[in-house]
Design a protein around this ligand. Structure first.
Ligand code: C2O
Ligand code: CU
Length: 446
């Protein structure tokens, strides 16, 4: 669905749906009955208006992940709760200089986020580049995972799986198991990949093809960077240029070590490890036929803002931690066995409390530390983050992300420009089970 005359108006219903996955019938939850929901295409300066209806049995809401829009009122407001049967009218106005890129949407009602995402509620948003790279075709690849039982219903999730962050047994690309794609040799394609898994990391490779990174989360790079693999934490997106070469290739997600809870509860827990150590085949690309005309050079992209050259108004440290005890029960008791707390700065999420107060018009430096044995991908709503140091080392070129992975027992330093938009919003771990268990804080910009 594409915007016209500066606006895109649509109705989205989150509801139970019956879909075909390969030869199976699956009972999932979906936006407008499809897995993923419709891809929304807008331009910088556009208004996206969504009339959202809740056809589920639990409360829900809508988050436009990564969009730089107001967090207040009917904007990207994470405090809205739409009761079953109710509707809410969202109104997202993108600034004229909104960075192009691949973004996405999903529910964000605290306590239900991981369940609703794992059930199938997600979709892509493309903010068109006013100065696009010419390509033969574009593919939006939404990667998700889920576990179905023998009757095609969503499987129960155990407390240890929630604590580790659930990884579904079946990994889907656009709602299908290992779809096939075809191209002619010498064509240039743009692949927009969204990691819509609640907790799974994706280390992507595409054998036999040359990949160039054109963008990551937010905006486009000054020039594409050749790479052989790229890792997406939950919530991350990448834009890849593929200049096709004859043959068959497989887009594969290699296993990622994101830590474990071993030793945290007096020894290994049954079923606490991520789903699999095997590489997962996501998509097959078959390149055959007559060679296409040369795609030509990629025109240069914008010069990226570098916050290291700007004065810093405040510095703060945020610590992501997992611990034993009552904190977890206060942060969200999710059945017997939930004895672990998921906190930021020692506190589980409280929508009424304001954890960080920032001034509009300032740049801040945040050090994100992780005192737990598992990685936590940190997402800040509304304002993207520039990664400044990683593993104790300065990051050379400006790298702008809206989900930054904070490695187990490690730290990352980012800078954030709170240029515009006043209001209250959240930051959290994008392992969405952790978010639902309390690993989320609030921020107010004034
Ligand atoms: Cu994609 Cu606050 O989430
Ligand atoms: Cu986490």
């Amino acid at each position: 669905l594409s915007s016209r005359d500066g606006a895109l108006d649509l109705a989205l219903e989150a509801a139970p749906a019956r879909v075909r996955i390969g030869a199976r019938t699956a009972h999932v939850q979906a936006f407008n009955g499809s897995l993923p929901g419709p891809t929304l295409r807008v331009r910088p300066g556009d208004t996206l208006r969504v009339a959202m209806t809740n056809g589920l049995e639990a409360p829900t809401n809508l988050h436009v992940h990564g969009l730089h829009v107001s967090p207040e009122d009917n904007g990207d407001n994470p405090f809205v709760s739409i009761a079953p049967g109710d509707s809410f009218d969202y109104d997202f106005s993108l600034p004229d200089d909104h960075p192009p890129g691949t973004y996405w949407y999903h529910p964000h009602r605290h306590g239900h986020v991981a369940d609703q995402l794992a059930a199938g509620l997600y979709g892509a948003i493309v903010v068109e580049d006013p100065d696009p790279v010419p390509v033969a075709r574009e593919r939006v690849l939404v990667v998700s995972d889920l576990t179905l039982d023998d009757s095609g219903n969503l499987a129960e999730v155990s407390p240890p799986q929630r604590m580790m962050g659930r990884e579904g047994e079946t990994v889907l690309v656009n709602g299908q198991v290992r779809p096939r794609a075809g191209a002619a040799p010498g064509e240039r394609e743009l692949w927009r990949v969204v990691n819509a898994c609640p907790a799974r990391y994706l280390r992507l490779t595409l054998d036999g093809q040359t990949l160039r990174l054109l963008g990551r989360d937010v905006g486009r790079l000054p020039e594409p960077v050749e790479l052989t693999e790229v890792t997406l934490a939950p919530g991350n997106r990448v834009e890849l240029l593929v200049d096709t070469r004859e043959g068959a290739s497989t887009l594969t997600a290699a296993p990622v070590d994101r830590g474990s809870m071993d030793g945290m509860m007096g020894g290994a827990m049954p079923g606490d490890g991520p789903g699999t150590d095997e590489p997962i085949e996501l998509l097959t690309l078959e390149v055959t036929g007559d060679r296409a005309a040369d795609a030509g050079p990629v025109p240069p992209g914008p010069v990226l803002r570098d916050l290291r050259e700007e004065p810093v108004a405040a510095r703060r440290t945020l610590d992501f931690a997992m611990g034993m005890g009552m904190g977890g029960m206060m942060g969200g008791m999710r059945g017997p066995g939930q004895m672990m707390s998921f906190t930021i700065d020692g506190r589980p999420f409280d929508a009424e409390r304001t954890d960080q107060r920032v001034r509009v018009g300032t740049v801040e430096e945040w050090t994100l530390t992780n005192s737990s044995p598992m990685d936590h991908p940190m997402h800040l709503h509304v304002w993207p983050m520039q990664v400044v140091t990683e593993a104790g080392r300065e990051v050379a070129a400006p790298r702008w992300l809206d989900v930054v992975n904070v490695p187990a027992f490690g730290e990352v330093t980012v800078r954030v420009a709170f240029d515009d938009f006043a209001g209250r919003t959240v930051y959290h771990c994008h392992i969405l089970d952790h978010e639902d268990l309390g690993m989320m804080g609030t921020l107010e910009a004034r």
